[in-house]
Design a protein around this ligand. Structure first.
Ligand code: AHR
Length: 487
C-alpha cells in the first residue's frame, strides 16, 4: 500500500492564523434569516425572536465573523427598510430571489444577534440599485456616536452605542449578469473607489472589500480584478473571491479534489493583485476575502425567474453527505495554506441555505455533516500556520489530471504548545500516514478526530505512541498533538 510521508518543522511557517478565516454568511435568502436565526414564537426564541437553539449551534460551530445582509439580496436592498418600529417597516418584493421581504428582521436585530453569537459583523452595501450616499449614510448610522442625522436616527431607534462595524463589502458579485444592477469592471471599479472614499470620510478606520469575480469561471475573471483594482487600489484593503463546488458538475474525483481548484483560484487572484501593485508602484498589498465558499448542488438550483413569488421559499436547502464534509475540510486546509494573503473567509451560508445548520420552522435545529470539519478547524487552528513537507500517492481526476491523494496543513500554537495537523485523503484507496516530528521531539499524538464518506459522523479516537495512522478512503482528519510536559 502506498504511504504518505509528512514532516513538520516549526521553521516552515506561512502566517499567523487570522480568526476571521472562520467566518460565515447570513443572507435574506430562503429560510436563512426567517425560521433560521429569527423565529418569534419558536420555543427557544428570546423576546426579540432570536432562536436560542440556533445560537447555541452557531457558538459551537465557532464562527468568528458573519457577512450580512447579502449576497444578491443586498443589490436591491434599502437598509432603512429594516430599522425603526416594526409596524412602520415596508413589505417589499426582493428582486434577487423574487421573495416577499417583511423587513421584520433588519440591521439592529442582526447586530444584537451578532453580539449574542459572539461574532464580528461584516456588512455589505448596495451598489446595485443604490450608491455612494446610501452607503455612507449606513456607515454613519452604524459607526458614529451621535450628533448627525443618521447616528441620531439609530439612537432614536433605541440603540445608544454605535455598532462599530469594521469590515464592509462594496456590493456583491457586481460582474454577474444575474445581479440586480450589474456593472462593467470600469463602472464598478470607479463606483467602488468613490463609495469607499465617502464611507472612509465617515469612518477612516473601516476596512473595505472590493468585489472580485463571482467565480473563477467568469469570462472576465482576472481582467475584472485587474481593472477594479486599478480604479480602487488606494481605497480598498481586500478583493473578494467566491467559490462554490458542485458535486454533480464534473467527475466525482474532481469534486473530491475541489481544493486544487481553490488553491489555483487564490494564487491567481494574488498574482493579479500584485500585478496591479507593480503597475501602480504601490507598497501596500491587497488581502483576499473568500467571502462566499462551500459545497453547493448548484445544478439542482431553480432560477428566480422560473419560480413563483413566495414569502419563505425553501431555497437551496442542500443535504450534505460525508464526501461533502471531506471537501469542506479540504477547502479549509487550502484556506489555511494561503493564510499569508487570505485573511477573511465566510462560508455560505450559516443556516438552512447551503448551510452547516438546518432548522425546522417551529421545530428542532441540527448539524449537517459539513458542520464538523468547520467547527473543529475553527476550534483547533491556533497560532501559526505551518507548511508540512508532504509526499503522497497520486489520484487521477478529470479536471486536474494527477493530484496528490493526501493534502495537509498544520497549525502550531506557540503559547499552549498545541500542534494540530489537518489532513484529507481525497482518494478512494486507504493511505497509511507516517509523520516525522523530528523538530517537535516532545510532542505526542493525543487525539484523532475523523469522518469519512463511509462514516460521516464525527469520531474521536484517543491515540498513543506507536499507533498506526491509517487514512481511509475519502476521509478528513484533525490530529491533535501536545508536548509531553503539558499532559
Ligand atoms: O449564497 C447564495 C448566493 O450565491 C449569493 O446570494 C450570491 O452572492 C452568490 O451567487
Amino acid at each position: 500500500m502506498a504511504v504518505a510521508q509528512l514532516t513538520l518543522d516549526p521553521a516552515y511557517t506561512i502566517a499567523p492564523v487570522d480568526r476571521r478565516l472562520f467566518g460565515s454568511f447570513v443572507e435574506h435568502m430562503g429560510r436563512c434569516v426567517y425560521t433560521g436565526i429569527f423565529e418569534p414564537g419558536h420555543p427557544s426564541a428570546d423576546a426579540d425572536g432570536l432562536r436560542g437553539d440556533v445560537l447555541d449551534l452557531v457558538r459551537e460551530l465557532g464562527v468568528t465573523t458573519v457577512r450580512y445582509p447579502g449576497g444578491n439580496f443586498v443589490s436591491g436592498y434599502r437598509w432603512e427598510d429594516g430599522v425603526g418600529p416594526r409596524g412602520d417597516r415596508p413589505r417589499r418584493l426582493d428582486l434577487a430571489w423574487r421573495a416577499l421581504e417583511s423587513n421584520a428582521f433588519g440591521l439592529n436585530e442582526f447586530m444584537r444577534w451578532s453580539s449574542l453569537a459572539g461574532v464580528e459583523p461584516m456588512m455589505a452595501v448596495n451598489l446595485g440599485t443604490r450608491g455612494i450616499e446610501a452607503a455612507a449614510e449606513l456607515v454613519e448610522y452604524c459607526n458614529l456616536a451621535e450628533g448627525t442625522a443618521a447616528s441620531d436616527l439609530r439612537r432614536k431607534h433605541g440603540v445608544a452605542q454605535p455598532h462599530d462595524v469594521r469590515l464592509w463589502c462594496l456590493g456583491n458579485e457586481m460582474d454577474g449578469p444575474w445581479q440586480i444592477g450589474s456593472l462593467t469592471a470600469d463602472e464598478y471599479g470607479r463606483l467602488a473607489a468613490r463609495a469607499g472614499h465617502a464611507m472612509r470620510r465617515v469612518d477612516p478606520s473601516i476596512e473595505l472589500v472590493a468585489c472580485g469575480s463571482s467565480n473563477s469561471d467568469m469570462p472576465t475573471f482576472a481582467a475584472w480584478e485587474a481593472t477594479v483594482l486599478e480604479h480602487a487600489y488606494d481605497q480598498v484593503d481586500y478583493i473578494s473571491l467566491h467559490s462554490y463546488y458542485d458535486p454533480e458538475k464534473h467527475d466525482e474525483a474532481s469534486f473530491r479534489a475541489s481544493a486544487v481548484d481553490l488553491d489555483g483560484f487564490i494564487d491567481n487572484v494574488v498574482a493579479t493583485a500584485d500585478h496591479v501593485r507593480a503597475k501602480l508602484r504601490r507598497q501596500k498589498r491587497i488581502k483576499l476575502s473568500l467571502d462566499e465558499w462551500n459545497v453547493w448542488y448548484q445544478s439542482r438550483f431553480t432560477e428566480p425567474e422560473d419560480r413563483a413569488i413566495e414569502e419563505l421559499p425553501a431555497l437551496i436547502e442542500d443535504d450534505y453527505n460525508g464526501t461533502d464534509a471531506v471537501v469542506v475540510g479540504n477547502l479549509l486546509i487550502s484556506m489555511l495554506r494561503h493564510a499569508d494573503r487570505l485573511t477573511v473567509g465566510a462560508q455560505a451560508q450559516l443556516v438552512n441555505v447551503i448551510a452547516p445548520i438546518r432548522t425546522r420552522a417551529g421545530g428542532e435545529a441540527w448539524r449537517q455533516t459539513i458542520f464538523h470539519p468547520f467547527a473543529h478547524t475553527a476550534r483547533l487552528a491556533r497560532g501559526t500556520v505551518l507548511r508540512p513537507a508532504l509526499t503522497s500517492p497520486d489520484m487521477t481526476t478529470g479536471r486536474f489530471g494527477e493530484v496528490p491523494s493526501v493534502d495537509a496543513v498544520a497549525t502550531h500554537d506557540e503559547e499552549s504548545g498545541a500542534l494540530t495537523l489537518f489532513l484529507v485523503n481525497r482518494g478512494t484507496e486507504p493511505v497509511p500516514l507516517a509523520v516525522d516530528l523530528r523538530a517537535f521531539p516532545r510532542h505526542r499524538l493525543r487525539e484523532h478526530l475523523t469522518l469519512s464518506a463511509e462514516k460521516p459522523e464525527l469520531t474521536s479516537v484517543p491515540m498513543s505512541d506507536g499507533d498506526e495512522i491509517l487514512l481511509p478512503p475519502v476521509s478528513w482528519h484533525a490530529l491533535c498533538l501536545t508536548p509531553e510536559e503539558s499532559r
